[in-house]
Design a protein around this ligand. Structure first.
Ligand code: NAD
Length: 325
């Protein structure tokens, strides 16, 4: 059930948000699959001995939908490689798959989900509208994604980039809201939106995207953007949560990992979750797929968090949203 609606003031911006349902930091034990995990120190190393099957945690989105906090990303995974990788991820206990029109593997994701034996409503599927489909082409592009996935209504449809040079993300957002209102997609959100883009669509429509999926990792911590998301009730979902591997060599993170008997990837993923940030790490290596999900069992200390906070250097591994079109 949705919480009571209230009005939030963000600078000059006035928006409607749902009390008690505003996703940031609201990571709840999964009530649907298995018992809620008990957070404990991570004693096993790389993938060893984890009981991760079927267990995950979920976040409540501003529209009342529940989204797994840990998902499986499939960027740069070919159509052939995506099907076995997603199949393994689902077998390990992942319950969110993040694809996009751009990735060219929506059909493989659909096949893997259908073959998994899981009920459709147990798996949260996200896909995204590519930049060439802003404006008039948005609905057609959405339907093409739905057809390729073959899973009925996607759980989450995102505008992949604001592509400000096209200046069409406002009408595109209106189309997504219309699709949601027609029941053709469960939730709608955005990706790579800077504060100005976010504020513009919220001002225009009075509705917040439930998720803003942005590049985020210890070298790019986005404190200001996360604070705006918290004000608005937008869930922050980190793409390249491992900095595409860049942060995995960091000596401070390596030291924290050593102290916990965990891997650096697990430390980084747990850090995101502690900040209330959802993650969608990508790997096609079975041991890493398992290892990444097992990060939910790790418990970091305040001191660990202080040391990781100090690593922020505003360093991107991907493109800046202002220039992508
Ligand atoms: P990532 O941070 O998940 O890093 C992936 C890299 O780290 C790969 O090279 C992988 O082999 C390696 N890796 C993964 N787990 C590891 C482990 N445990 N130990 C060692 N190495 C490990 O980067 P990503 O793939 O760019 O991002 C994740 C997902 O985010 C993508 O698959 C995609 O779904 C999404 N994404 C979205 C956008 C967007 O614009 N919305 C952009 C990029 C990615």
């Amino acid at each position: 059930m949705l919480g009571a609606e209230r009005v939030a003031h963000v600078g000059a911006l006035v928006v409607r948000v749902r009390d008690g349902e505003g996703g940031h930091g609201d990571i709840l034990p999964d009530a649907t699959w298995g018992v809620p995990h008990r957070r404990r120190r991570c004693h096993a190393g790389r993938g060893g001995g984890w009981q991760s099957g079927g267990m995950t945690t979920r976040m409540t989105l501003a529209d009342g939908m529940r989204m797994p906090a840990v998902g499986f990303g499939v960027y740069k995974v070919s159509d052939e490689a995506a099907e076995p990788a997603v199949a393994q991820a689902l077998a390990e206990g992942y319950r969110l798959v993040d694809t996009a029109t751009l990735y060219g593997n929506e059909a493989a994701v659909g096949r893997a989900v259908r073959a998994s034996g899981l009920d459709r409503d147990e798996v949260f599927v996200t896909t995204k509208l590519w930049n060439d489909a802003h404006g008039d082409r948005a609905e057609e592009a959405f339907q093409a994604s739905v057809d390729r996935l073959g899973l009925g209504a996607p759980d989450l449809y995102l505008i992949h980039w604001p592509a400000p040079a096209r200046d069409l993300y406002v009408p595109t957002w209106r189309t997504l809201l219309r699709l949601r209102d027609a029941g053709r997609v469960r939730s709608v959100g955005v990706s790579n939106f800077q504060p100005a883009h976010l504020e513009r669509i919220v001002r225009d429509s009075g509705e917040v995207p439930v998720v803003n999926q942005v590049e985020l990792h210890p070298y790019l911590q986005h404190a200001e953007l996360r604070a705006l998301h918290a004000e608005l009730g937008v869930v922050t979902q980190a793409w390249s949560p491992l900095g595409r591997g860049a942060v995995l060599q960091d000596p401070v993170l390596a030291e924290i990992a050593r102290e916990h008997g965990a891997t650096v990837a697990q430390v980084v993923l747990r850090w995101h979750l502690d900040l209330g940030v959802a993650v969608i790490p990508k790997s096609v290596t079975p041991a890493r797929i398992r290892e990444n999900l097992a990060a939910v069992h790790l418990e970091l200390t305040e001191d660990d968090h202080e040391r990781i906070a100090a690593l922020d250097r505003g360093e991107r591994s991907g493109s800046h949203p202002d220039v992508v079109s």
